[in-house]
Ligand binder design. Structure first.
Ligand code: PSU
Ligand code: MN
Length: 301
């Protein structure tokens, strides 16, 4: 592994000393937010992780090397460089063998985290089953990764560019525990409620950590998904986002966008149509997730 991976010294010593480490993804930096908000957010998220007792490890690929713990300069680089690949499981071998730059998705970040030995990963939103997947077969590789890779993922739920109900069904089939932190409703990214009740509500980071270690002590492979609702003062009403998302989906169809470009396209459209208010909510929810993720990592035995 060392042949393809660089773990930064701070992350390495934390892991050697058994101190908590939290992984972060880089697709949100390179493809999810505009410059310079993407860099400011990534750095603020790192701070939030530290302030809550863990060491941040932002994951990305530079010149064909998997970086575990990007420096501020490397974050700036991935945020501004041209031709940064969006790297999910299937892209990883190509990007490494061709010495390319890449931003890792939830799936890509889970893989690298697991290789490095990191057990908790914080993101904004995961990919899932797209609306109309019955026709298009568009189901994010994030879900398959949650099925197989032993990393707990903290997110603000599932954005309604996706079919939230179908995504939850898929996770049930995949055997992924889906926990909601402090709420009876699974969150919908910009809004605290998706309209889908969760079976597994847990109200403290410590109990979430207990569930995670219990799962692995049973030998049950795969991830754990933790949905952390956006703080009340930052949320955007579900119906308001729904209108915007419908319009974005129409445009995506009309322009015949396909494959890995669909999710970034939809996210950009939503951002443009809400004139930045969705971006602010996005930043707030990632910070909120970071605080929870760090606390979970800190309680994980
Ligand atoms: N959902 C969001 N914001 C994001 C993503 C998803 O609300 O930035 C990114 C994540 O990196 C996720 C990826 O892993 O998009 C999923 O892409 P796809 O649907 O192509 O698998
Ligand atoms: Mn897809």
């Amino acid at each position: 592994m060392e042949k393809y991976m660089d773990i930064n010294p701070e992350v390495r010593s934390a892991m050697e000393e058994g101190r908590p480490v939290v992984a972060l993804e880089s697709t949100i930096i390179a493809h999810g937010m505009p410059y310079p908000k993407n860099v400011e957010t990534a750095l603020a998220v790192n701070e939030m992780i530290r302030n809550n007792g863990a060491v941040p490890a932002t994951i990305g690929i530079i010149n064909g090397r998997m970086k575990v713990g990007l420096s501020a300069e490397e974050i700036e680089y991935l945020a501004t460089a041209k031709n940064v690949w969006k790297v999910s499981r299937r892209d990883l071998p190509y990007v490494l063998s061709n010495r390319l730059d890449g931003a890792t998705t939830v799936a890509g970040t889970m893989i690298v985290s697991h290789m490095a030995g990191i057990r908790v990963f914080v993101t904004g939103g995961i990919g899932g089953v797209h609306r109309g997947a019955g026709e298009s077969f568009d189901i994010s590789a994030d879900l398959e990764e949650l099925k197989t890779t032993d990393v707990a993922v903290v997110c603000a739920g599932v954005k309604s560019i996706l079919d939230i109900g179908a995504t939850l069904e898929y996770l049930e089939t995949a055997g992924v525990p889906v926990i909601t932190f402090g709420s009876d409703d699974f969150p919908a990214f910009y809004s605290r409620k998706s309209g889908f009740r969760t079976d597994c509500r847990i109200d403290s980071p410590k109990e979430i950590a207990e569930l995670i270690s219990l799962k692995y002590s049973l030998g049950l492979r795969g991830g754990v998904l933790v949905g952390c609702p956006i703080p009340e003062e930052d949320e955007i009403p579900f119906e308001e986002m729904e209108r915007v998302i419908e319009a974005a989906l129409q445009k995506c169809k009309a322009l015949k966008i396909t494959g890995k470009r669909i999710t970034p396209f939809l996210l950009d459209e939503v951002k443009a149509m809400t004139s930045g208010s969705s971006l602010e909510a996005n930043i707030k929810l990632v910070l909120n997730n970071a605080a929870l993720g760090a606390k979970i990592a800190a309680s994980l035995k």
